[in-house]
Ligand binder design. Structure first.
Ligand SMILES: *Cc1c(COP(=O)(O)O)cnc(C)c1O
Length: 416
């Protein structure tokens, strides 16, 4: 945009969040129950019940309630047998929590580029990675923003190469692929109840698996690995990763509202899509034939021709306003002025200071050589391209239709 003065934007009185917790009342009842029965620790009826309910809901054998999704990912990595120095193929454009647990075990993540159809791991790049690192035995896959990856292709490639799939479904709880819930495609899978996820326990996460021995192992590791002995006997390293019965009470109260939250998020996504139909942008995509996302976050991708100039260093961003064009930096600035919270797309791991020395595999050529050119906006890998042109829109399910219409109007003005 070229005309609008940021100072003239009137802020919402009440901040519009990206995605904040939505409570319903039952949470308090189950928390109270934990309190009044004095099951305030990591044992109790709420924990047992949420493990049972989630396993039933997702359609997996066992759910293990843990302190957070990251803890669940760490145990998934350990269950997969990942050892120091092993290569693990990993989604590149995701939250760092997907990959950090690989480093906790001193293994080496190899990042796999993204595809444009679902913004998830590119099966073609994954196939190529197996030709470069044929000994790799574990793949860590995230379903971004609530949209399932191309799971048929990914599963087939893992099977062909005898690799274990780990599914990070932290953002996609309740989403399905060909009628099957995400969080069931890997051997070990993870969901999160972090405060901004589709349902929340304030914190918390779960490991999902069909393997009863693995579920028991995860329960043992998560409670400091005590052996069945008269004293604290330890044969292996343990962790303090178990979910609290109070947190489980919140999750228990939230679970009946999962479908309702998904419906609200879907309505938000559809309103954005309709509101931007004539703009040079697209929404985060999925295949309606095979996928039912949970619509956790609505995201926008600006057409290449409609991008004004934008440069980013490791910490800062600059742009040149231009009539008829915009960029994520400008839109996020406008939203912030209006007291509404947007967010850049997850900055790809291969571009992160702590990870950029790691291998990065694209479907064509060497990703690293292309990455250097990303400021010029040319020859980028897919992850860097989506990061440069995309953003997450306010997707809070408590946002009113009027508030959303105003946000749509603000974004539209950016392209005036
Ligand atoms: C939120 C999230 C996690 C981590 O979950 P926590 O419960 O916050 O530890 C992991 N992976 C992805 C993709 C996430 O979005």
């Amino acid at each position: 945009m070229a005309f609008l003065s940021l100072e003239k934007i009137k802020p919402f009185k009440k901040k519009i969040y990206l995605s904040s917790p939505t409570m319903h009342g039952e949470e308090l009842m189950y928390m109270n129950e934990a309190y009044s029965t004095n099951w305030m620790s990591t044992v109790g009826a709420n924990i047992n019940e949420v493990e049972h309910l989630v396993a039933q809901q997702v359609g997996c054998g066992y759910a293990v309630a843990l302190s957070c999704g990251t803890a669940a990912l760490h145990l998934a990595v350990k269950l997969a047998g990942v050892k120091s120095g092993d290569h693990v193929f990993c989604t590149d454009m995701t939250f760092a929590a997907t990959v950090n647990p690989i480093r906790y075990e001193k293994a080496i993540p190899v990042f796999i580029d993204t595809e444009y159809d679902t913004w998830n791991m590119d099966p073609a790049a994954l196939e190529k990675a197996f030709t470069l690192y044929p000994d790799t035995k574990v793949v860590m896959l995230a379903n971004l923003y609530g949209t399932p990856a191309k799971l048929d292709e990914i599963c087939a490639i893992c099977e062909k190469h005898g690799a274990i799939l780990l599914e990070d479904a932290a953002e996609s709880f309740g989403a399905s692929y060909k009628g099957r819930q995400t969080g069931t495609f890997g051997k070990y899978n993870v969901i999160s109840f972090n405060g901004n996820k589709i349902i929340t326990g304030s914190s918390g996460g779960m490991l999902l698996t069909d393997d009863p021995a693995a579920a028991n192992k995860a329960r043992k590791w998560s409670t400091q690995s005590r052996e069945n002995a008269a004293w604290y006997e330890h044969e292996e390293i343990g962790y303090n990763y178990r979910m609290s019965n109070v947190i489980a009470g919140v999750v228990r109260g939230q679970l009946p509202h999962l479908a309702e939250h998904i419906a609200q998020k879907k309505a938000i996504y559809e309103r954005y899509r309709a509101g931007f139909a004539d703009l040079p942008v697209s929404m985060n995509p999925f295949d309606p034939e095979t996928m039912e996302p949970n619509y956790w976050l609505s995201c926008l991708l600006i057409d290449r021709e409609a991008m004004c100039r934008q440069v980013r260093s490791d910490r800062d961003a600059l742009y040149l306003p231009e009539t008829g064009k915009s960029c994520p930096t400008e839109i996020l600035e406008v939203l912030a002025k209006a007291n509404a919270e947007g967010r850049p797309i997850w900055k790809p791991m291969h571009m992160q200071p702590t990870y950029r020395s790691h291998a990065f595999i694209t479907r064509n050529g060497d990703g690293r050589a292309q990455t250097n050119a990303y400021i010029a906006g040319e020859c980028m890998d897919v992850g860097a391209d989506i990061f440069a042109r995309g953003l997450c829109l306010p997707s809070d399910n408590k946002m009113t239709q009027d508030e959303q219409m105003r946000i749509i109007e603000l974004v539209r003005q950016c392209f005036a």
